[in-house]
Design a protein. Sequence first.
Length: 106
Amino acid sequence: MPVLKKEAIVTLTFPGMKYEVKNNVPEEMLPLWDPEALEMWHSIDWWKPKFIPYLKELQVTEMDCFDEAWRDWLSCDNPYAVEDRLMMETDNGRFMNLIKLTGSVR
């Protein structure tokens, strides 16, 4: 049974990677990315084929607000945000991104 009605609009945002790194993790990022995160963080090219069979007018793009969103997150005192500070400093915009996916149900 379908979860969404035909023609329903779908929009998702999630952390991702600029390119696939799972099998070639940069040395400096090894201590900062746990295996569970690497199972979930993927590139636009990885995600797109997963949704093509289900969504029409599919658009999968990198969000323009990456720097602003991370700056807001890292400036708060949430313990997870505090833990992410070194990761984002080390990444320095090289590997991670935020992905936006939109489309409508076929």
